[in-house]
Design a protein around this ligand. Sequence first.
Ligand code: GSH
Length: 214
Amino acid sequence: MPPKIHLYMTPGSVALASHITLAESGLPFSTTNLGAQRGFPAKHLPLNPKGRVPILDLDGNRITESPAIITTISLLVPEKKLLGTTVLEQARAHEWMVWLCATLHAQAFGGVFRPSRFVGAEEAVYDVVKAKARETVRECFEYIEGKLEGQTHAVGHVFTAVDVYLLVFYRWGNMLRFGMREHFPNYTRLVEEVVSRDAVKKTLEAEGLTPLND
Ligand SMILES: N[C@@H](CCC(=O)N[C@@H](CS)C(=O)NCC(=O)O)C(=O)O
């Protein structure tokens, strides 16, 4: 019997990576939108005391943190090789995911979207924090662009869930007007291929999103 899987998410958030990975897995699952666009609703804190989406419920066990959720889904369908085939590819996939989660998401985008997490109520310096964070986002995009030079995908030469995780931040880059297509052609080529996949199209449609948010 397949596991009972439920994903708590919010459209367009980082939960999109877990949502698409579930769709790619072919496993049956259901979703609930927790409405965390402008902050995690306090009434849902019992689901995740850290106050974040995504949350994966697997047979009654709740799993948080995108890299852990994506790894869990990948382990449920080993034949799909959602995080690569060889030991080295899987190591690279985790290397990417940890960096995307801790540096690009939490540090860089965190500073742009939530400067209060860095300087508390010091509103007078929010713009300074945001400007520095935007610079860090750009540096991260440049790093990604360089890593994708001569590479069809983030890991090896085939699709992995890392490509989907990268799609989330490309869409945010367009939202923040980073000129993604103009400045990051390798990154653009990758995400254009990602959004042509059936599972990705289906998930974007289910979340009510345009593919690249441009
Ligand atoms: N480290 C977590 C971070 C998740 C996260 O920051 N989610 C955001 C949406 S993109 C959220 O729930 N924000 C609610 C809030 O900041 O109050 C992960 O990678 O899953």
